[in-house]
Design a protein around this ligand. Structure first.
Ligand SMILES: Cc1ncc(COP(=O)(O)O)c(C=O)c1O
Length: 386
C-alpha cells in the first residue's frame, strides 16, 4: 500500500459521467444527461465580466467575495426574500460545488453521519465520504401526484452520529419543491435534535406554477444557528461554466469562512464575480424567460411521454429534469444504454441518484424545444419497442 488513500484510488465517475463517456463525442447524440441548457449566458453578464477584466479585476482580493458582489447579494436577498441579511453571513468562495465542500468541511468529521434526502445529486455523497463521513438515505415518498418528504422517515434515520440533513430544493433529479410548511417542520426537528441543515438551493429560480424564487430556509434560519443555504448562478442564468456560487452561513463563521475559502480556492475568480453581480442586479427577466421556456418544454414532455404506459412520470414542480420510472423488463441503466446506442439520446441512469432509483432515468429538459421534441419522440420510439 502506497501513501495514496485507497478511497481515492477507488473513486469512479458518477453514473452520469459513466454513460456520457460512451457518447460524448458523437455529434448526433442529443445530450440530456447533464444539468444545463444550450443557451449562452446573458450578454449583459458577459459584458460585465469583460469590463471587469479591462478594469484590472485580476488580483487577489477578500476571499469571501469582493465587497460589491456581497453587497449585491444583500440587495438580492432583500428584493427576492424580503430579508436584511447580515454581511457576515454571506460568502462567495467559488462555485456552488465548492460551497457544498466547504459546508461539509465545517460539519463532517470521520465517522459522522449525514442524512441525504434521496433521490439526490450524486456529488453530495462523494463529498461526505471524502471527509470520512457516512451517508444515510431518506427517500422521498413517490406520488401519487408529487414527491414529498415524510418527516417520520427523517426522525427514524437520526442516530447519535447524525450531524446534518442535506436537502436540495428545488430538487435535482425529482423536481420536488419543498413547501414552507415542510421547511418549518424539518427546521423544528433539527433544532430539537441539534442537527445542521444543508439546504442546496441552486435551482431557486427554476420553479413552475408559483412565484420565483422557491421557498427558502434563508427566510427561516436564525443568524447563528447551523443552517447553511447554498446557492449559485449556474442554473438560473445559464452560467454553468462560470463556476460561481454563494452561501449563507451562521454569522459566527465569518472569519473561519475566510480561512476555508482561502485554503480551498482563495476566493472566486475576480472578474467572474462581476458577471455574477450583473446577473443579480439585472437578471430577473432572463431568469423568468428561462423558466417560461422550461415550462413549455415540461408541457411538451407531458404531452409526448406523460401518458406512456411504460413510464411513471411525476410532473416536476421545479428544476429542469424528468425523473420517470421505467416499467419494462430492464433497469434505468440498461434503458439509458439502449437509448444512447439505438436512438442517440443521452440520459442519466437512476441508480446514480441513490438506492431505490434503479428503475429511474433522469432527463434534462432545458434544451431548445426543437432538439428536445426530437429527443422525446426518440425516447417514445424506444419505449414502444421494448
Ligand atoms: C443539486 C446541485 N447542487 C449543486 C450543484 C453544483 O452547482 P455548480 O455547477 O454551480 O457548482 C449542482 C450541479 O448540477 C446540482 O445539481
Amino acid at each position: 500500500m502506497g501513501p495514496i488513500r485507497q478511497f481515492v484510488l477507488d473513486l469512479q465517475p458518477s453514473g452520469i459521467g459513466q454513460i456520457a463517456r460512451e457518447g460524448l463525442d458523437d455529434p448526433e447524440v442529443i445530450p440530456l444527461w447533464f444539468g444545463e441548457s444550450d443557451l449562452n449566458s446573458p450578454s449583459f453578464v458577459n459584458e460585465a465580466a469583460k469590463q471587469a477584466l479591462d478594469d484590472g479585476k485580476t488580483f487577489y482580493n477578500w476571499t469571501r467575495g469582493h465587497l460589491p458582489i456581497r453587497e449585491g447579494l444583500l440587495r438580492y436577498h432583500q428584493k427576492h426574500y424580503g430579508i436584511e441579511l447580515d454581511e457576515d453571513r454571506v460568502s462567495v468562495p467559488g462555485s456552488t460545488m465548492l460551497t457544498v465542500m466547504i459546508t461539509c468541511q465545517c460539519l463532517v468529521e470521520p465517522g459522522d453521519e449525514v442524512i441525504l434526502v434521496s433521490p439526490y445529486w450524486p456529488n453530495i455523497r462523494t463529498v461526505v465520504e471524502v471527509l470520512g463521513g457516512r451517508t444515510v438515505d431518506v427517500r422521498l415518498q413517490e406520488g401519487p401526484k408529487r414527491w414529498w418528504l415524510d418527516l417520520d422517515d427523517v426522525k427514524r434515520a437520526i442516530t447519535p452520529k447524525t450531524k446534518a440533513v442535506y436537502v436540495n430544493t428545488p430538487s435535482n433529479p425529482t423536481g420536488w419543491v419543498m413547501s414552507r410548511e415542510e421547511q418549518v417542520a424539518l427546521l423544528m426537528l433539527c433544532r430539537e435534535r441539534g442537527i445542521a441543515i444543508i439546504s442546496d438551493e441552486v435551482y431557486h429560480r427554476n420553479v413552475f406554477d408559483r412565484p420565483s424564487p422557491a421557498p427558502s430556509f434563508v427566510t427561516l434560519a436564525e443568524p447563528e444557528e447551523p443552517v447553511f443555504i447554498l446557492n449559485g448562478w449556474s442554473k438560473g442564468w445559464a452560467m454553468t461554466g462560470w463556476r460561481l456560487g454563494w452561501m449563507v452561513h451562521p454569522k459566527q463563521l465569518a472569519v473561519p469562512m475566510a480561512v476555508l475559502s482561502e485554503v480551498n480556492n482563495t476566493g472566486a475568480t475576480a472578474f467572474v464575480q462581476y458577471g455574477g453581480l450583473a446577473a443579480l442586479d439585472q437578471g430577473d427577466a432572463f431568469a423568468d424567460e428561462f423558466v417560461a421556456r422550461c415550462g413549455r418544454n415540461r408541457a411538451m414532455a407531458q404531452e409526448i411521454l406523460g401518458s406512456h404506459p411504460k413510464l411513471d412520470l411525476l410532473i416536476p414542480e421545479g428544476a429542469f429534469y424528468l425523473f420517470p420510472r421505467i416499467k419494462a423488463p430492464m433497469n434505468g441503466l440498461e434503458f439509458a444504454r439502449r437509448l444512447l446506442r439505438e436512438e442517440k439520446v443521452g440520459a442519466a441512469p437512476g441508480y446514480t441518484f441513490g438506492e431505490g432509483n434503479e428503475q429511474h432515468l433522469r432527463i434534462c429538459f432545458a434544451l431548445s424545444s426543437t432538439r428536445l421534441e426530437t429527443a422525446f419522440m426518440r425516447i417514445r420510439r424506444l419505449l414502444d419497442r421494448i
